[in-house]
Design a protein around this ligand. Structure first.
Ligand code: EAX
Length: 322
């Protein structure tokens, strides 16, 4: 081959590989595994960013606890060690106290209400409050309504919860919630399969997809569809990093996360009936109509607790309730 031909080939190869090499990598972490609600949103987001930034940005996904529990993931985003994460609201309340208002029990009666409020101005205000801890709150995506399971016995009303050894998220609010319900709550990061298997704890609470994806039906017998908290994920970025991006890129990230969340909520909701049928089939004893009012009544005084008297928390909760 002639030298000039080789040169042309070399130049062509460089031109071809350059755009790929030039892609800026952005690290995004979720604590859960592929197939989880967080991962579905993260994967969609990565796909949209690749497409809409025309390959300029490449999202590298970390999952399955490879960067630690959710509290550690939050610390890494806060420090800028990684740029982005999709994290359950639970562990946020030690970083931004007022955000717990979004997890107030029985706050949203259905998905439509949750979407309307969280995608509206009050939701935006809640996302903006994360700036005080160095986070850019991009979007709420969905974990789902949380339901209570355990091995001790069937739970139909709030009084059946008394003394239950329950794993809760690493959240001051969730711990207080289950104290109020007279359970014996222990905060732990995710996952918790072996703790349930070994009997360190009797129960836990999570949306139905978690029972299915993490095979909780193997280590939990009784399930009550309490739907006590609408559990969100918060899709975040390190604030300083995000603000350093060109405005056009910020807009691409923002709308891609919104579209990923809309997609992910749809997938999650479509599969719910399927999850329930599957859990029953696998032998879980399900109470589909527990005495929700007994739970609601017991947690209502939480609004008057010290943790809700703090003005910013009170202000956000009042707006969410209206
Ligand atoms: O997202 O920690 C939890 O209970 C979460 O809901 C779980 O990681 C699934």
């Amino acid at each position: 081959m002639k030298f000039s031909k080789i040169l042309i080939l070399v130049i062509a190869a460089i031109c071809f590989t350059l755009p790929a090499m030039a892609a800026t990598q952005v690290q995004l972490a979720v604590v859960t595994k592929p197939g989880s609600a967080q991962y579905v949103a993260a994967e969609k987001f990565a796909e949209l960013i690749k497409e809409r930034s025309k390959g300029e940005y490449n999202i590298k996904l970390y999952h399955s606890g490879s960067l630690g529990k959710e509290t550690e993931i939050l610390q890494q985003v806060q420090l800028g060690a990684i740029q982005m994460a999709i994290v359950t609201l639970g562990p946020f309340d030690t970083f931004v106290p007022e955000i717990k208002a979004v997890a107030f029990p029985f706050l949203f009666k259905d998905y439509e209400t949750a979407d309307r409020v969280l995608d509206g101005p009050v939701g935006q205000e809640a996302l903006d409050s994360l700036a005080q801890a160095g986070f850019k709150g991009l979007q709420f995506s969905e974990n789902g309504f949380r339901n209570l399971s355990n091995n001790r016995g069937a739970i139909h009303s709030a009084k059946d919860v008394k003394g239950l050894k329950l794993r809760v998220m690493q959240s001051t609010f969730h711990k207080e919630l289950w104290h109020t319900l007279d359970a014996n709550p222990t905060p732990m990061g995710w996952p918790i399969y072996s703790e349930l298997q070994q009997g360190t704890i009797d129960g836990q609470e999570n949306p139905l997809w978690v029972f299915e994806e993490y095979k909780l039906y193997e280590v939990q017998k009784y399930l009550a569809l309490t739907g006590h908290v609408y559990s969100v994920h918060i899709d975040i970025a390190n604030l300083q990093w995000f603000e350093s991006l060109p405005e056009k890129t910020q807009a691409i990230f923002q709308t891609a996360m919104r579209d990923a969340a809309i997609y992910q909520r749809k997938v999650n909701r479509k599969k719910e009936a399927q999850y329930l049928a599957s859990l029953k089939e696998k032998g879980m004893i399900v109470d589909e109509h527990p005495d929700i009012d007994s739970f609601r009544t017991k947690v209502a005084p939480m609004k008057e607790m010290d943790m809700y008297k703090e003005p910013k928390t009170r202000a956000l909760l009042t707006k969410l309730l209206n």
